[in-house]
Design a protein around this ligand. Structure first.
Ligand SMILES: *Cc1c(COP(=O)(O)O)cnc(C)c1O
Length: 383
């Protein structure tokens, strides 16, 4: 008999679960096999032979560590090549590479708000790294209700003093829904603000070539700042910030998380370049992913589950924390690796199971998952 996975989550603590083996979405933990529904490697390119090859060749040629921050001796031509590629991909004048999305958001928001903005307006469900950037900068800020454009307008009217910054994600990491980017841009006619969009979960997936939601909506000229990561659909590591050349120069001089940190390992930079190429070309990956996500959302609706999702991130909101943990345990017993997401990652009473769909999932796996979920739901009264 298989051992139970001691994930510790029933004790309300968080615990690490090292994965022993993995082949795309098939993972093995503690000797048990699971289908992974928690991976952000949405397009399964983290083990793409061409990306591995680019990375390995670079490691052999240049070694691993870059040896310093970009401003000391850690800069190489290849960073500039990557930045040019990102700028083209995102249809912005310029781009700057960061070591991680977390470092990008905390450093950039802090630097920008100290020099250019009086007030920040940020979506209530924005990622922790965005919130931490705001808190670090000690700027006056207001959180608008999630995707509520009227509430944003109301807050702007009441609290705007001087130029403001509006921050949102384009595809929300916990709800899987889309920000009303067009509406936010329209508000610029009445109020004086710039826009900062985090495309961590949109890059590689939305837009004709995976450029993201901003580009899909032809909004690149109207949105000043586009941040995103190489660590999710691009299957690699690190982050970028696409902006004007002037802002890039400013950040090189003022952004502490850029200045005071060793630059990315060169093999990773090489992998990031290759990954952008692959993701742009291999459109079949996002086509299948979005097909599977649509199918899964339909199956959920047919089975009476509710989800705010419009994307490959499909949460079902259970509400009660214990109930959420219980269902996630049932799912894991049946071989589906799904973890409960709860406070403080999401608001209290909004505990959820969050399914990240993947290019490597198969339709019959989704059918089985729905069957197990429906069984878990039957006889329960939490929906
Ligand atoms: C994952 C994520 C980040 C952080 O990116 P890392 O490269 O993992 O540090 C930032 N913003 C959002 C919305 C994310 O989902």
């Amino acid at each position: 008999m298989a051992k139970t996975v001691d994930d510790g989550i029933d004790k309300f603590t968080r615990k690490l679960n090292p994965i022993a083996k993995t082949k795309n979405v098939l993972i093995e933990i503690n000797g048990r096999k699971f289908i992974n529904f928690c991976s952000n490697d949405y397009l399964s390119v983290s083990n793409h032979p061409k990306i591995i090859d680019a990375c390995a060749r670079s490691a052999k040629k240049y070694g691993v560590g870059s040896g310093g921050s970009r401003l000391l001796s850690g800069d190489r031509e290849i960073f500039h090549e990557l930045e040019k590629k990102v700028a083209d991909f995102k249809k912005k004048e310029s781009a700057l590479v960061f070591n991680s999305g977390y470092q990008a958001n905390i450093g950039i928001i802090n630097a920008l708000s100290k020099s250019f903005y009086k007030t920040i307006f940020i979506d209530q469900l924005a990622h922790a790294s965005l919130i931490d950037g705001v808190l670090l900068s000690k700027i006056v800020f207001h959180r608008f209700r999630h995707n509520d454009i009227e509430h944003l307008a109301e807050l702007l009217k009441k609290f705007q003093k001087g130029k403001s910054l509006v921050i949102t994600e384009s595809v929300f990491s916990m709800d899987g829904d889309f920000a009303p980017l067009n509406d936010i841009v329209s508000l610029k006619e009445k109020y004086d603000f710039d826009i900062y969009v985090d495309e961590a979960h949109a890059t590689g997936i939305f837009g004709e070539k995976g450029e993201g939601k901003v580009e899909e909506n032809n909004l690149s000229p109207k949105i000043e700042y586009i941040m995103g990561t190489f660590s999710k659909a691009l299957g690699s590591f690190g982050a970028y910030f696409a902006c004007s050349e002037e802002i890039k120069k400013f950040l090189i001089n003022k952004c502490r998380s850029f200045i005071y940190s060793t630059s990315l390992p060169l093999p990773i930079v090489e992998a990031n370049i290759k990954s952008i190429d692959i993701v742009q070309k291999e459109t079949f990956r996002r086509d299948k992913l979005l097909y599977l996500a649509g199918k899964f959302r339909n199956l959920l609706a047919e089975s009476g589950f509710k989800t705010p999702s419009m994307s490959q991130i499909v949460p079902i909101i259970i509400g009660d924390e214990k109930e959420t943990i219980k269902i996630s345990q049932i799912l894991r017993e049946k071989g589906f690796w799904v973890l409960p997401i709860r406070y403080p990652t999401v608001p209290k009473k909004q505990s959820r199971l969050r399914f990240s769909l993947n290019y490597s999932h198969e339709e019959d796996q989704l059918d089985l998952l729905i069957k197990v979920l429906s069984e878990a739901k039957n006889g329960e009264k939490y929906f």
